[in-house]
Write a protein of this length. Structure first.
Lengths: 153, 550
């Protein structure tokens, strides 16, 4: 979020209604060149202690989050990024909630694009020459092996 | 919440153990118990009585020939292992393997085992498991009159034991039958030697043998403590027990509950319900343990009537948590054998009727609202059942046989890796096939997961489409700083930009740190930075832990 705001982007950010998390987003906005929209708890005024009123829980408020993002202002096409993460089985719940929101946005806001982060543990099926090339690079990385060894148990 | 995560290096051990009936939940527990009971019944044990007596006679004869001997090493330890080997059908040439395996496996149950002890337990479990797999295959091909043959042949309503369940059952039999029998033999004789009047009474009237064995198991319980984790909030004897709590079930304390066991001294004629194992008196190995205990004392009662107690070893059996302390709930358990305070801090003790909600099995996540896993027929949310069904649905159109195998998998919770690899491989025949597998799996998951709110549960997509409830407001904050117009990448304390960043990208590609396509995308941003409207959705519950940051 911080780089996007420094570049002047208009960001609608959803994070948990936790003061510390919301304060961090607000700081990034104040120190940036863009515009930050945060969801407010129903009935909140948005004045005074904004960090204490902002945020939404993607798991518990999935329909409200989808609706809020669908109505997010902006003249340019929306790009929705899904960066939620949780450990264990809750990750599945989070992924399902994120997918439902993204699919809703793709349906109700034509032109919406999608972004996500791949993880080092994602698995892809690739041709065998790609595997051989990757293994060759790994084996031939020279002195880097020394630095990389601790990270590969 | 629930049972704590197992260290990955212990996974092979727990994979075996958790296929035993002590560690599985209904309905799998019920199914496993039903199958094993068909092969392993009190009548089966009774048929072994002759063998048990023969082994006992030989061991006691050998001991008496020595004059002075160590009861534990000469009789108590070899007896159960020999009997179990006989029951299983382990060839005589291999029986020497069982005692070290059992001892090493039991090491994992020590309170706070060292890494060395745990590693030995893992290795022993793997070796014994591999051995049993081979033995099961051999017996399937060439049946014998033994328990492994009965277990591989047992069929109940078209259901059979899986190989993992066969191994888990046999390992449980060895562990539960071995150590507890060693302990009850040592504890029992120790108690009788200290009460010569009871010993004399027993020797004078062999008909007292059966109730005496039962009473000695109650008097100095061979397995003092067993730990369980709570799957849902409970109240036991007025004590609230929260979900996720670890319970130390003090069997020794339960066996001295005045409401159930009024006697305050060991009596060879007392007959009470005794808890000596986590499954209670109906435990499949309990009947065998009683049989071994009876045979040992029947034999010794005849031949050793004149032996002075001093000729017997005073070594104490290695009860791994010899303590019961006073029960916190009822105050029982203050009789003599109590030696040390309980090492496992109990939330509630003296739990005789084991609540069905208490188990070692991991709990499934069960948020009370929002996006949740679906409930099964038993009302519980099962991540395993959902995961298995989704993976089967993913590959059903592409490889119906593989889907059927996943549907039928009994051990999917621990053996899913093989199926996931096979599903991935099934999708590699063409890009279209890969997409088909992915779409089918995602569609299945989306159809199964539910959004729960105020008592209603609907598919998540349906809840999102309806978007009921009060809308969220909006707070807008606008920064006043000048726009950054170039890509800046923090790296090792530096801010890489421009040519320095491009050189670093080349270096990362050359060393395989990033994909060439990633570098190409970054070069485009370096050349033409631009802002856009962007929405982000982040962590639903907390900031990612450092290990989770991608």
């Amino acid at each position: 979020v911080t780089p996007l705001l420094s570049w002047g982007a208009h960001v609608a950010a959803v994070d948990l209604p936790v003061r510390r998390l919301q304060e961090r987003l607000l700081t990034a906005a104040r120190e940036g060149a863009g515009t930050l929209d945060l969801p407010l708890r129903p009935g909140s005024t948005g004045t005074g202690d904004v960090a204490g009123q902002a945020g939404a829980d993607l798991l518990l408020e999935t329909p409200a989050v989808a609706r809020w993002l669908a109505e997010a202002p902006g003249d340019l096409p929306l790009t929705v990024g899904s960066y939620a993460y949780a450990d264990g089985a809750m990750h599945v719940q989070v992924a399902v909630a994120s997918d439902a929101v993204v699919e809703h946005l793709l349906r109700v806001r034509p032109g919406t694009s999608y972004a996500e982060l791949a993880t080092p543990t994602d698995a892809y099926a690739v041709p065998s020459d790609v595997v051989q090339d990757a293994r060759g690079r790994w084996a031939g990385r020279g002195w880097l092996a020394l630095a990389q060894r601790p990270r590969r148990p | 919440m629930g049972r704590p995560e197992d260290p990955p290096e212990h996974a092979p051990f727990w994979h075996v153990i958790r296929n035993g009936m002590l560690d599985v939940e209904p309905p799998d527990h019920t199914r496993l118990r039903r199958l094993v009971s068909r092969a392993f019944t009190p009548r089966t044990v009774e048929r072994l009585r002759g063998t048990v007596q023969e082994v006992t006679d030989r061991l006691v004869d050998d001991a008496l020939e020595q004059g002075t001997f160590d009861l534990m090493a000469t009789v108590a330890e070899p007896l159960p292992v020999t009997v179990i080997a006989e029951m299983l059908g382990v060839p005589a040439a291999d029986r020497h393997l069982l005692r070290p395996w059992s001892a090493d496996i039991c090491g994992m149950y020590e309170l706070d085992p060292s890494e060395q002890t745990a590693a030995r337990a893992v290795r022993a479990c793997q070796e014994f498991g591999d051995y049993l797999v081979e033995l099961g295959r051999e017996r399937r091909a060439r049946p014998q009159d033994d328990l492994v043959t009965a277990l591989v042949q047992v069929v109940d309503q078209g259901d059979v034991l899986t190989e993992d369940e066969l191994v888990g059952t046999c390992v449980l039999l060895l562990n539960a039958g071995h150590e507890a029998t060693v302990n009850v033999t040592g504890n029992g004789w120790w108690a009788l030697f200290r009460r010569p009047e009871q010993l004399a009474r027993l020797r004078a009237d062999p008909s007292l043998l059966a109730p005496a064995v039962e009473e000695l198991m109650r008097w100095d319980t061979p397995l003092q403590v067993f730990e369980r984790w709570v799957l849902e909030d409970l109240e036991i004897g007025g004590v609230p027990v929260p979900r996720g709590a670890e319970l130390g079930l003090l069997f020794g304390s339960a066996n001295r509950d005045p409401a159930a066991s009024p006697t305050r001294t060991p009596s060879t004629s007392a007959a009470t319900r005794t808890r000596t194992c986590p499954s209670g008196p109906a435990c499949t190995s309990a009947s065998a343990r009683r049989s071994r205990g009876s045979s040992c004392r029947r034999r010794s009662g005849r031949s050793c009537a004149g032996c002075p107690p001093s000729s017997w070893s005073r070594s104490r059996p290695g009860a791994r948590a010899t303590s019961s302390a006073a029960c916190r709930s009822c105050g029982s358990g203050s009789e003599e054998p109590t030696r040390r305070p309980a090492a496992v801090e109990p939330v509630a003790a003296c739990v005789r009727p084991l609540p069905s909600a208490v188990s070692r099995s991991p709990v499934s996540p069960s948020s009370s609202a929002g996006v949740v896993f679906p409930r099964g027929e038993d009302g519980r949310r099962s991540t395993t059942a959902t995961g298995r069904a989704v993976w089967a649905d993913a590959v059903r159109d592409v490889d119906p046989g593989l889907a059927a195998r996943i549907d039928a998998a009994r051990d999917w919770r621990t053996a899913y890796v093989r199926d996931v690899v096979d599903v991935t491989a099934a999708g590699t025949t063409s890009p279209g096939t890969a997409l088909s597998v992915a779409r089918a799996g995602l569609a299945s998951l989306a159809a199964r997961m539910r959004f729960e709110q105020e008592g209603s549960a609907v598919p998540v997509a349906e809840a999102v489409a309806q978007a009921a409830g009060p809308p969220l407001g909006t707070s807008r904050t606008t920064g006043q700083r000048e726009r950054v117009t170039e890509l800046v990448v923090p790296y090792h304390g530096r801010a890489l930009r421009g040519d320095a960043l491009l050189r670093q990208l080349d270096d990362w590609v050359a060393t395989g740190t990033i994909e060439p396509s990633c570098a190409q995308a970054l070069r485009r941003v370096v050349a033409t930075p631009r802002g856009s409207t962007c929405a982000t959705a982040r962590s639903p519950c907390s900031a990612p832990r450092p290990s989770s940051v991608r």
